[in-house]
Design a protein around this ligand. Structure first.
Ligand SMILES: [Zn+2]
Length: 462
C-alpha cells in the first residue's frame, strides 16, 4: 500500500483558532495514477466545502482507503473502490466515469462523517436524513471541483423521470418500506434542497438555516421535524407547503401556461372607446353565408323610403349624453386619477394550471416585440388560495410576443411541452439503438497513462 497524506488547515468554531486535519489515502499500485492524483485532494476539498456548509471537521484525521467495496463510510475512515484498468499489453486507462466516480464517492463517504456520524440522525428510520443531506452537500462540492462536473444527482432535470413514475413512496416513509432507495433517499431530497436553496429561499437564507441545523444538532440525534423546524425558524420562511409536497407526497412538478390575454386600460372617453369597439368589430370576418349575399340588392336599397335614423347610425357609436356624462366625471377626478386614465400600458393576464400537484414558484421569461426579454420570479405563495389554477397579470408599455415558463429549467418541471406561449414543441431525440456500455475515450483513442502520471501517451499496439 502507498500512503499519501496532507494537512488541511481549517478554522475551528467561533474562536477562529486554526487547526489542522490530516487527510490520508492508502492504495495499492493498481490504483495508480488515479489515487495519488485525486484521493487526498478530494478529502481536502470535502473538508473545505462541508466545513463551510455545516461546521469544521470535528476529528484529527480523515482517511480514504482503496478496497473492494464501491464506497463505505466509518468514523474518520472510508473505503472507496474505483481504479483504472490495464489491458494485456500493459496499457493503463480509465473512463471519465471512473475518474469522476472516484472523486464523487470520496466526497460522499467522507461527507458521511458529518451526516450522520456527527449530526447523528437514525439512518435505519430516515435514510434521507443522512443520504439526502449528504448527497446535497456532495453536489455543491462537485460543482466547485470543475466546470460541467458530471454529477449523478442534484440537477432538477435529472429527477423528473422518477417523479412522474408510479412505483414510489413519499420521502417521509420509514426506511424498511422505501421503494427505489437511490431516488427516494438520495436523489429526491438532494434535488429538493437544491431547489429550496437556489429557487425558493435564496442562498443567503438557506445557507444560514442549513448551518444552524447542522450546528444545533452536532453530536445529537435529530428527527425529521427537527430539520423542518430549524430551516423555518432560522430563515423566518414558512415552508410547510414545501415539506408537505416534496417530503410527504409523491406529486410531481408540472405547471402549464394555459393562456395569455392582452388588455388595455379603458380610457373612460366614450368616443375613443366607441371607435375601438367599432374597429374590433370591423376587424372580424363577415360570417360566411352573409358574405355571399353582400352584393345583392337589399330591400332598403330597392325601397329607399324605408330607411330611417337607425340605418345611418352605427349601433356601437357613442352618444351625446355619454359624452356629457364623461366630461362631468372627468372634471370631478383628481390630477392623479386623470393620469391613470392617460396611461397607455398593456395589461397581460397569464393563466397557469398546476397539473403535477406540487406548488412551486412560477418563473416566467417574457420576450417583447422589440426583442428585449425579462425574467419575472413569482413566489410559490401565488398558489395559496387556489392550488390548481391562478391568473397573474402585469402591465408593460411593450408588446409581448412570447412567454416561457421555467426558462432556466430549475424547478424539475416534468412536462415542458406546456411551458411555452405560443405553444412550442420541445425537441427530443428518439433513440433507436441501445447505447453500448460507458465509453473509455482514453482507450478508444489509443492512449495510455502510467502509474506515476495522468499524462497520456500513445498506447502499445494491440
Ligand atoms: Zn451514502
Amino acid at each position: 500500500f502507498i500512503w499519501d497524506a496532507m494537512g488541511v488547515r481549517q478554522t475551528r468554531n467561533n474562536n477562529g483558532e486554526p487547526n489542522n486535519v490530516l487527510a490520508m489515502s492508502f492504495y495499492p499500485n493498481e490504483a495508480e495514477p488515479l489515487w495519488s492524483t485525486y484521493s487526498t485532494q478530494a478529502i481536502a476539498h470535502t473538508i473545505n466545502i462541508y466545513g463551510r456548509m455545516a461546521f469544521p471537521y470535528p476529528y484529527p484525521s480523515a482517511q480514504s482507503v482503496n478496497g473492494p467495496v464501491g464506497g463505505m463510510e466509518y468514523p474518520m475512515i472510508t473505503f472507496n473502490g474505483p481504479r483504472p484498468v490495464k489491458d494485456n499489453k500493459g496499457n493503463i486507462t480509465y473512463t471519465d466515469r471512473v475518474k469522476y466516480g472516484l472523486i464523487s464517492v470520496i466526497i460522499h463517504e467522507v461527507g458521511h462523517i458529518w451526516f450522520p456520524m456527527t449530526v447523528n440522525s437514525d439512518e435505519r428510520q430516515w435514510t434521507w436524513m443522512d443520504e439526502g443531506l449528504n448527497t446535497f452537500v456532495q453536489y455543491i462540492a462537485e460543482q466547485e471541483w470543475s466546470d460541467d462536473y458530471p454529477s449523478r444527482r442534484g440537477d432538477p432535470r435529472d429527477l423528473t423521470e422518477y417523479m412522474v413514475g408510479e412505483n414510489q413512496v413519499p420521502i417521509m416513509t420509514q426506511s424498511d418500506s422505501v421503494l427505489q432507495l437511490g431516488n427516494n433517499a438520495y436523489g429526491k431530497p438532494a434535488t429538493a434542497l437544491v431547489i429550496l436553496r437556489e429557487t425558493i429561499m435564496g442562498r443567503e437564507n438557506f445557507d444560514r438555516a442549513f448551518r444552524e441545523y447542522s450546528m444545533r444538532w452536532r453530536f445529537k440525534r435529530p428527527t425529521p421535524a427537527d430539520f423542518f423546524r430549524t430551516m423555518e425558524e432560522s430563515s423566518g420562511v414558512d415552508l410547510d407547503w414545501f415539506w408537505r409536497g416534496w417530503f410527504y407526497s409523491t406529486d410531481h412538478v408540472d405547471i402549464a401556461l394555459t393562456a395569455v390575454r392582452e388588455g388595455t386600460i379603458d380610457t373612460q372617453n366614450p368616443s375613443i372607446e366607441a371607435n375601438r369597439r367599432i374597429a374590433e368589430r370591423d376587424a372580424r370576418p363577415v360570417e360566411h353565408g352573409v358574405a355571399r349575399v353582400a352584393d345583392i340588392d337589399k330591400i332598403i336599397e330597392l325601397h329607399p323610403e324605408l330607411k330611417d335614423y337607425y340605418d345611418s347610425v352605427d349601433p356601437l357609436a357613442d352618444t351625446q349624453s355619454e359624452r356629457e356624462a364623461a366630461a362631468r366625471a372627468l372634471a370631478a377626478l383628481t390630477q392623479d386619477e386623470r393620469a391613470v386614465l392617460a396611461r397607455s400600458e398593456k395589461i397581460y393576464v397569464i393563466s397557469l394550471e398546476n397539473k403535477g400537484g406540487l406548488v412551486m414558484p412560477v418563473i416566467l421569461k417574457f420576450t417583447f416585440a422589440d426583442n428585449s426579454s425579462q425574467i419575472v420570479e413569482i413566489p410559490a405563495e401565488i398558489w395559496r388560495q387556489n392550488a390548481k389554477n391562478v391568473n397573474w397579470s402585469f402591465m408593460t408599455l411593450k408588446t409581448l410576443t412570447s412567454v416561457e415558463l421555467d426558462p432556466r429549467q430549475e424547478t424539475a418541471d416534468a412536462d415542458r411541452n406546456n411551458n411555452y406561449f405560443p405553444p412550442r414543441i420541445e425537441p427530443s431525440r428518439l433513440q433507436i439503438f441501445k447505447e453500448k456500455g460507458p465509453r473509455n475515450q482514453m482507450r478508444d483513442n489509443n492512449l495510455t497513462v502510467a502509474p506515476n502520471t495522468t499524462q497520456t501517451s500513445s498506447a502499445k499496439e494491440k
